[in-house]
Design a protein around this ligand. Structure first.
Ligand SMILES: Nc1ncnc2c1ncn2[C@@H]1O[C@H](COP(=O)(O)OP(=O)(O)OP(=O)(O)O)[C@@H](O)[C@H]1O
Ligand SMILES: [Mg+2]
Length: 277
């Protein structure tokens, strides 16, 4: 049994925050072997906002997303999606995995990859009709890939594949979008195209959570940050939480002075920092 702590001035209880959140994680521990990759993590994503998951290589960012999706079974903890257990809500989550994690050694056309996003709506035996193809083409149009609809996915460049995976996520019509490094290895034009689509989703009331490595664009792209290094370091709005202190904690003090100087314009003053955990 959990006991809600007394609250002051009508602030939401943890149960209320969890119910209102599209993705709430409590006490999540995930391990591949002896050592946990994610340890006792709490995360409460704000609805209708864009959240960046930030942390060094091996910090457990991908593992956190996989556990949030039910791809990995946690050792401990709970995942609540849109106020419900994950299993009830899986169709409402779209996922774009970290690049190169999918090996396309069988021939699949781009349009079919996008149509895969609609299996939830079609049912396993559902027939693909003209309206589904039309919607798939609309999604390809939103990421600037209509010209490649009949190309084999394996014959696209990495950045083009990334656009197609985003189109597949769009076709799903989800409420929550989880993206693992959507900008890794893409050129500036593709990055701009992707961020435009993600911001449009957010502006339409959807929730976007993306693992993000480029610290220089966090402020421009995201509303909220979640910093992790196996354990959660801090979470909250960029304006209060994207601080030098929180970054140094997340990166174990490994960010060099020059890197920090380059970020000086985008970081908030340490004094205003969100409370580290
Ligand atoms: N399939 C696996 N088997 C064993 N250990 C794994 C596996 N996948 C990840 N790990 C380990 O779990 C830890 C977290 O990995 P994870 O992929 O979640 O990190 P990440 O924060 O996404 O890193 P990156 O920024 O490099 O993508 C790492 O120490 C990694 O070596
Ligand atoms: Mg990763």
């Amino acid at each position: 049994m959990s006991i809600e702590l007394a609250r002051d001035n009508g602030a939401p209880t943890d149960a209320e925050r969890r119910t209102a959140s599209p993705l709430a994680v409590r006490g999540l521990t995930v391990s591949y072997g002896q050592k946990p990759a994610v340890f006792s993590v709490d995360m409460t994503v704000r609805a209708g906002h864009m959240t960046a998951i930030i942390g060094p290589n091996g910090a457990g960012k991908s593992t956190l997303l996989k556990a949030a999706l039910g791809i990995m079974k946690p050792l401990a903890g709970t995942v609540t999606v849109l106020g419900q257990p994950l299993a009830w809500q899986r169709d409402h989550i779209a996922y774009v995995p970290q690049r190169a994690s999918v090996d396309w050694d069988f021939p699949t056309r781009v349009i079919d990859v996008v149509l895969m996003g609609m299996y939830g709506q079609l049912g396993l035996l559902g027939r693909v009709r003209a309206k589904h193809r039309g919607l798939a083409m609309d999604c390809l149009d939103r990421v600037g890939m209509t010209d490649f609809a009949t190309r084999q996915i394996g014959q696209l460049s990495g950045g083009q594949q990334q656009r197609v995976f985003l189109a597949r996520a769009l076709a799903q019509g989800a409420d929550l979008y989880l993206l693992d490094e959507p900008f890794a290895g893409v050129d500036a034009a593709t990055e701009q195209a992707i961020i435009k689509v993600l911001k449009a989703l957010r502006d339409a009331g959807k929730t976007v959570v993306a693992v993000h490595h480029d610290l220089s664009t966090v402020r421009e792209y995201f509303d909220d940050v979640f910093l992790i290094n196996t354990q959660a370091v801090a979470e909250g709005p960029v304006e209060t939480t994207f601080t030098q202190e929180n970054l140094q904690t997340a990166y174990g003090g490994r960010l060099a002075g020059a890197q920090m100087d380059a970020l000086a314009d985008t970081l908030v003053e340490p004094a205003v920092g969100g409370a580290p955990r």
